[in-house]
Design a protein around this ligand. Structure first.
Ligand SMILES: [Zn+2]
Length: 212
């Protein structure tokens, strides 16, 4: 199945001019938010399964993929889930996301937001499997951005996702707005600066996850 990523930087630009609202990201115009989320999850896990296999390792799929709304999210090791957030919880090896928040990004910015945020969270799920004593910090966040870029590039190369020529450069501009707010992504020290995040994403996108 081929899916088209319309890059939301473009959508944002056009929207800012008041010319059009958000538009569908695929040729058929039939994608739903739920479908994009499901697809982003399954493609990310399939990608990492193959990567692990090439290393002679076995990728451990996440235990759960949990939508929530506002403050109703699952606890992670006793810590409550924050509204307007998506996160990986190593204590339960699951990913949870505020679906109201993510759907608003999806409708305002396009499906690229989903295809950046979810691969980023799977990047953390991978870190937790590869790194003893895994914990979130700026370095882990930037590496997850790099993993997200590498994942996305591989999916475009394989034909699972379709990007227009030049989309790569536009895609990275999304990180500032659609990055993963694991804790407080508006705090520059939490995830690195927008520029660092874009550079990390681009590193993965241009050279693959092994460069991360
Ligand atoms: Zn993160």
């Amino acid at each position: 199945m081929s899916r088209r990523i319309l890059i939301f930087a473009l959508v944002m630009f056009v929207s800012a001019c008041g010319l059009t609202g958000p538009r569908s990201m695929d040729n058929e115009g039939a994608d739903s938010f739920e479908e994009d989320v499901r697809t982003a999850r399954s493609l990310s896990e399939e990608f990492w399964k193959q990567q692990f296999s090439q290393l002679g390792r076995v990728y451990l799929p996440i235990n759960a993929f949990i939508p929530y709304s506002g403050g109703s999210g699952p606890n992670c090791g006793g810590a409550p889930a924050a509204p307007n957030n998506a996160f990986y919880c190593s204590a339960g090896h699951f990913i949870a996301y505020d679906q109201t928040w993510m759907e608003s990004l999806w409708s305002e910015m396009g499906d690229g937001s989903v295809y950046v945020i979810i691969p980023h969270e799977f990047g953390h799920a991978v870190q937790a499997q590869l790194q003893a004593g895994f914990q979130l910090n700026v370095q882990a966040e930037l590496q997850a951005d790099c993993y997200a870029g590498g994942t996305l590039a591989a999916l475009v190369r394989s034909g699972a996702l379709t990007a227009e020529p030049g989309d790569e450069n536009e895609l990275i501009t999304s990180l500032e707005a659609a990055g993963d707010p694991t804790d407080d992504w508006l705090n520059p020290s939490a995830h690195g600066t927008a520029e660092q995040r874009q550079q990390s994403f681009l590193l993965g996108y241009s050279r693959g996850v092994t460069a991360c």
